[in-house]
Design a protein around this ligand. Sequence first.
Ligand code: 13P
Length: 251
Amino acid sequence: MRKKIVAGNWKMNTTVPEGVALAEAVVEKSAQVPEGVGLVIATPFTHLVPVAGVVKGTRVQLSAENCADKEKGAYTGEVSAAMLASAGCEYTILGHSERRQYYGETDAILVEKVKLALANGLDVIYCVGENLDQREAGKHFEVVTAQIENVLFGLTAEEMAKIVVAYEPVWAIGTGKTATAEQAQEIHACIRKVLAGKFGAQVADDTTILYGGSCKPSNAKELFACPDIDGGLIGGAALKADDFIQIALSF
Ligand code: 13P
């Protein structure tokens, strides 16, 4: 049985004290959420150590938002997967569209990042999604399939068990424009089919696939009711503990 997960991606928001307070509020309210729903918060690098202290021994799991594509050494400003693991992270997000779009992350770079994250014991929330031009040109299935093939097809089935896929259409991120449940479901089903073709039906069936892009308390229920949507990767609404928890109560 695949896991249901609601993950908050804080992006470049909150100071350290604000982030600690937000994490404390999430932990406090997490008791309301049924045990079967995994709760993950992804914070900026600066917040990881203090937030790890807040979530330690609770059901809330900690994630980074990115990691380096190199193991260690003279890469000024980078943070390695080993550092993240030692800071208390259980997950890292990789391949977020904002990284692809603004920081030139290619599928080839992401292959390295995924490899290093897994080698250091981190689970990966791997993001895929088309932009508006690609959607309007009817290329969304093709784009997402390529992002899955290029980065995940080199993994073993055992490694694939450590991957959560997040479908985030770029045109829905931070725009208030959510994909309809039908639009999201058909891409999620396509992702599962692509994974089944490579790794077999069981692995595909066990893979958690999250939806992200203007997911909020008012639309989470409809999205999460879809057979291939196993939860959400939440941006803006994860910055309010009440909204985040409300979304986690939407299964
Ligand atoms: P929003 O929920 O703010 O649209 O962001 C989604 C996202 O990019 C999560 O990674």
